[in-house]
Design a protein around this ligand. Sequence first.
Ligand code: SF4
Length: 204
Amino acid sequence: MDDFVAISALQHLAFCPRQFALIHLEQAWEENRFTAEGRILHERVDSGLAEQRRGTRFERGVMLESQQYRIRGKMDLLEIELGDPAQFFPVEYKRGKPKVEDWDRIQLCAQALCLEEMRQSRVTEGALWYWEIRRRENIAITDELREVTIAAINEAHLILKEGLTPQPTANAKRCRACSLVNLCEPETFRKDVSRKYMEEMFNT
Ligand code: SF4
């Protein structure tokens, strides 16, 4: 096994580093309605062939890799505006709705980083297509988004290298939407941490 991180794993990391570790370090996985719907959606969009319409080429299920960031994965759709130079535009399909947090944007930006390395071209924009509301959102690949994405990539590598599963997220609301809540047992671990803290405080 090499030290590459799956691009799709970055959304788990951004959502909760413990969730990332449970799935990608401990190989724990529990499918629920949301993960099943997401998987079926990606199977549907990945199955198409390349096509070309009015100066734009559409390639589906494109394999991606970055040697610099040690990440790899598969993108749903790559739009290429043909020209000199050609413009590359990653498109990722999502089951749900747009989110305030950067989870989906991080995944898209990681795809852009791979494309830049593989096609030697600057990617300035991509898009997220949300199935539930049938809406496409264009996303600028800004310096800020690149920084957040590279930080997530680095954190993912560190967790895998150290082999340590982080504590539950402090944002307990996320646990209610988490497919791994039964395997993770966040409340048990939170109680353990606070008990340990009290013991250390009174033993010093
Ligand atoms: S249940 Fe909460 S702490 Fe556990 S992996 Fe999910 S979000 Fe993270």
